[in-house]
Design a protein around this ligand. Structure first.
Ligand code: DGL
Length: 263
């Protein structure tokens, strides 16, 4: 047993889609969630900036005495050097690649993600490292994250943005589409409507949460008596709180603001 919390972070509200899955499989853990709402979106930032942001957040989490950290941000996973950290880091992008491989039958997989993730080709490398035969078609959808952060993930604007972004996938003949940004599951209804039947949508958080469950179980690191979540942001907390309440279906008493740049 290990009652220390699990840390989980993203550029904003996206990581909440991962937290939601984690709570389903590990409801008795304590969680520390950090959303970098001051510096969102990460998708158009440089590698160096994202590396710096991730380092600050990981330091903050370590100060909070977490037992492991979930990088609930594909863009961060795609560009940072994870080797330099001593603490256990869980990687949503690798989990997404594995889930995509398991889901495809015709070996044609689409990935939608931020510009930085697409440019890094991390999904392509991660998929091809495990199954070189799979064809990977990537597309950046830079309009999605700002809409989602504003809570407009079910709006007509979101629908128009999805139509625009997903158009190319018709020609590729994919049978699987990985939601390669943790914000995108918030838009799943709209994406589903646009992409149509016959294409499986993969939310990497499902595979990732199973991986974390196995990890803590195998090591006897579960917390059977917790269940507390603490929320921290670096900037706007109003939209964050509204979306978190809606998505997690629970009251959120307080969202604390952190001066993350000092870490
Ligand atoms: N949710 C993040 C991801 O999974 C980052 C989105 C952004 O800030 O651009 O990539």
């Amino acid at each position: 047993m290990d009652s220390r919390p699990i840390g989980i972070f993203d550029s904003g509200v996206g990581g909440l889609t991962v937290l939601k899955r984690l709570i389903e499989v590990l409801p008795k853990e304590n969680y520390i969630y950090f959303g970098d709402t001051k510096r969102v979106p990460y998708g158009d930032k440089s590698r160096e900036e994202i590396e710096l942001f991730a380092g600050q957040i990981i330091n903050f989490m370590i100060e909070k005495n977490v037992k492991a950290i979930v990088i609930a941000c594909n863009t961060t996973c795609a560009v940072i050097n994870k080797e330099k950290y001593k603490i256990k880091l869980f990687d949503v992008l690798k989990a997404g690649a594995r889930s995509g491989i398991l889901a495809t039958r015709n070996k044609k997989v689409g990935v939608i993600a931020t510009a930085r993730t697409v440019e890094s080709k991390s999904y392509e490398y991660a998929i091809k490292a495990l199954d070189p035969v799979i064809e990977v078609y990537q597309k950046a959808c830079p309009q999605f994250v700002p809409l989602i952060e504003e809570g407009l993930y079910n709006s007509i604007l979101a629908y128009e943005a999805a139509k625009e972004c997903l158009r190319d996938f018709n020609e590729y003949g994919i049978d699987t589409l990985i939601l390669g940004c943790t914000h995108y599951p918030l838009m799943i209804e709209v994406i589903n409507r646009v992409i149509g039947v016959g294409i499986k949508l993969v939310d990497p958080a499902i595979g990732l949460s199973q991986e974390i469950l196995e990890y803590v179980k195998e090591r006897g690191m579960e917390n059977p008596t917790g269940g507390k979540i603490e929320f921290f942001v670096s900037g706007d907390e109003k939209n964050f709180k509204t979306i978190a309440k809606r998505l997690l279906g629970r009251e959120i008493d307080e969202v604390f603001t952190v001066d993350i740049e000092k870490y």
